[in-house]
Design a protein around this ligand. Structure first.
Ligand code: SF4
Length: 267
């Protein structure tokens, strides 16, 4: 029986790896590299591997994002056509797992209702240690702080999720921050939109607004202003935010947004 934990570069899977390290010494850690990840994610995984005292295997999809983009007719992935997760994360996971019996450790917390990736392969059994042990978000932040790893570094500049730099699950404020922090990655994401036109139809990462429109200074300022106002509203609504959440630098509403993404990409 193999024991496998997929790391996304996000905080929950990293915390689970640390939490379970001594209980399952034979654990295999794996990261499904899309080759479109944020540079901060690679650094975070390297530091995590040092704490775990074990290497983190990396899978690469047989064919790249650019290959699949052509196959899908230049249609950028979105919430309704999530071919990227299937081809760049799930398939490599199933290939890594193979045909033998495997226990797959998933970092879903006790305070979430999401359903994890349940493989249709009968040899994979998913288990949820945080849910079994009743661990919630504050516990996850404590595990990361106590280990010395801390939260993923992209959270420092206001990105809430791991995964591809162009992930369509980003909020508009995160696109603004990507433009400020990694302008070269923003440009690359913009090029994908421009090239989609060659296939006869324009596709945008944000659906209703192109990155060329979003990066206009007045529009970026508007997004910043709207975001600050929404944070104020949330703070007023929630007066009793636990100290650990404040120290963690993440408001619950930010985290809620992250809940909507793909587990294997952003957990
Ligand atoms: S991070 Fe986003 S864009 Fe990348 S594979 Fe996952 S869902 Fe797709």
């Amino acid at each position: 029986m193999r024991h496998v934990l997929s790391l996304s570069g996000g905080k929950d899977s990293a915390a689970l790896a640390i939490y379970i390290r001594d209980r399952v010494p034979e654990m295999e850690y794996v990261f499904h590299d899309t080759d479109k990840e944020l540079p901060e994610t690679y650094d975070y995984l390297d530091r995590l591997a040092a704490i775990l005292g074990k290497p983190i295997a990396r899978t690469s999809p047989v064919d790249t994002f650019d290959h699949w983009l052509v196959v899908y007719g230049g249609m950028l992935p979105s919430n309704h056509r999530r071919w990227c997760t299937k081809m760049l994360k799930l398939k490599p996971f199933e290939k890594f797992v193979g045909e033998g019996p495997v226990i797959n450790y998933v970092g879903l917390r006790a305070d979430e209702n999401r359903v994890g990736y349940i493989s249709t392969k009968p040899n994979i059994t998913a288990v949820y240690p945080f849910q079994d042990d009743g661990l919630v978000r504050a516990d996850i932040i404590r595990i990361l702080e106590d280990s010395g790893l801390g939260l993923p570094p992209y959270m420092e500049w206001g990105r809430s999720r791991s995964g591809c730099y162009f992930c369509f699950y980003q909020q508009k404020i995160e696109w603004v921050r990507l433009k400020e922090r990694h302008p070269e990655l923003y440009e690359r994401a913009k090029k994908y939109e421009e090239r989609s036109e060659l296939y006869g139809e324009k596709f945008y990462w944000c659906q209703n607004e192109s990155l060329a429109e979003l990066e206009q200074p007045a529009r970026m300022e508007e997004i910043r202003t709207n975001w600050i106002a929404s944070q104020e509203r949330n703070r007023t609504r929630r007066k009793n935010v636990p100290l650990v959440e404040i120290l963690g630098g993440l408001e619950p509403e930010d985290d809620q947004h992250l809940r909507d993404g793909c587990l294997i990409c952003s957990l």
